[in-house]
Design a protein around this ligand. Structure first.
Ligand code: UDP
Ligand code: MG
Length: 320
């Protein structure tokens, strides 16, 4: 298996047949100039197109191309985790397959790592070619998350980053199922800094993050790093009962001291709908947490590997 590797680059892929060769070329161009030993760890997250075959073809010519082939689609954050589990470099870079994160930033990240930083995360100073909806929701989400957590997760960063081996190992040792890697890296601490870049348009193909997956990731982030939504239930309940108590006194006084009783249909309906709405939403909040506790309690492996490419014969055991 050659000598020790300095730099490992992890690339998660889900139906990325259109980009994979260009991505390989651009990464290789940048990495070759560094003059360091490196490996490219592609993770095929259950693609249904030719992604895996194309990587196999690259791997036949270039043994630095390695691949973890998942048994099915396990999701982006899990794919990145599997990649990290299988790296051996002293520094590990996470990068998307679609070239929205410029590989050309890697030398700068590496330089900062040499200065002694353990994490260099890419900070997006602008996003090109993304819909106003995505930009707005992303911006709102990062701010909302920041207001809810005590871990300070840097705003406007994605998973594009370089990590020292020790940070990578720390993350690999956290086997939680709802993974929000940016948050976990922030939680881990160590010496962190940023490298700024402009996020490009997707080079080809379509986003593999439909709204459904985005909502899921946001919920994972919030539930993993904050219990505030649970506390809101308590606060709302207290405010509501206080208001209810005051109104109760008003109604009783009306009954005793005046002849008028409030004509009640409208207010009853409004109150009832309002309270049912709140109660059900809070049940939903509970459900989000309980569902995750349940998933966690099953202790299933995080992912299943169908095949591995260029990891040497015995290979490092899959940690799952
Ligand atoms: N991805 C993945 N599994 C998934 C969805 C996405 O491995 O279930 C990969 C995808 O191939 C890409 C990266 O995650 O390399 C980011 O996805 P995408 O670019 O579609 O997200 P966006 O940039 O639109 O947020
Ligand atoms: Mg993308």
């Amino acid at each position: 298996m050659g000598g020790p590797v300095v730099l490992s680059v992890v690339v998660p892929m889900y139906n990325e047949e259109e980009v994979i060769e260009t991505t390989y070329r651009r990464l290789t161009d940048v990495l070759a100039k560094l003059g360091e030993t490196y490996e490219l760890v592609f993770v095929n997250d259950g693609s249904r197109d030719r992604t895996a075959d194309l990587v196999r073809a690259l791997g036949a010519k270039d043994e630095r191309v390695k691949m973890i082939d998942f048994a099915r689609n396990f999701g982006h954050q899990i794919a990145v985790t599997a990649g990290m589990d299988h790296t051996s470099g002293r520094a590990v870079v996470l990068i998307d397959a679609d070239l929205q994160d410029p590989p050309e930033l890697i030398p700068e990240m590496l330089a900062k790592w040499r200065e002694g930083y353990d994490v260099v995360y890419g900070k997006r100073i602008a996003r090109r070619g993304e819909t106003w909806f995505k930009k707005l929701t992303a911006k709102a989400f990062y701010r909302l998350l920041a207001s809810m957590t005590s871990v300070s997760i840097p705003v406007d960063t994605g998973d594009f980053r370089l990590m020292d081996r020790k940070v990578c190992d720390a993350l690999s040792s956290m086997r939680e199922r709802s993974r929000f890697i940016r948050g976990m890296v922030a939680w881990a601490g160590f010496r962190q800094t940023s490298a700024e870049y402009v996020r490009d348009e997707r080079f080809a193909g379509e986003t593999k993050y439909p709204l459904r997956k985005m909502v899921r990731l946001s919920l994972d982030a919030i539930t993993s790093f904050s219990t505030k939504p649970l506390k809101i239930a308590g606060i709302l309940g207290f405010l509501m009962s206080a208001a209810g108590f005051i109104y109760l006194i008003v109604v009783i006084c009306q009954r005793i001291f005046t002849d008028t009783t409030t004509a009640g249909w409208t207010s009853l309906i409004v109150i009832s709908l309002f309270f049912h709405g709140i109660t059900l939403s809070l049940l939903g909040v509970l459900g989000e947490y309980i569902g995750r506790i349940y998933e966690e309690s099953k202790r299933r492996p995080l992912y299943l590997v169908a095949d591995k490419l260029n990891f040497g014969e015995p290979g490092r055991a899959a940690r799952g």
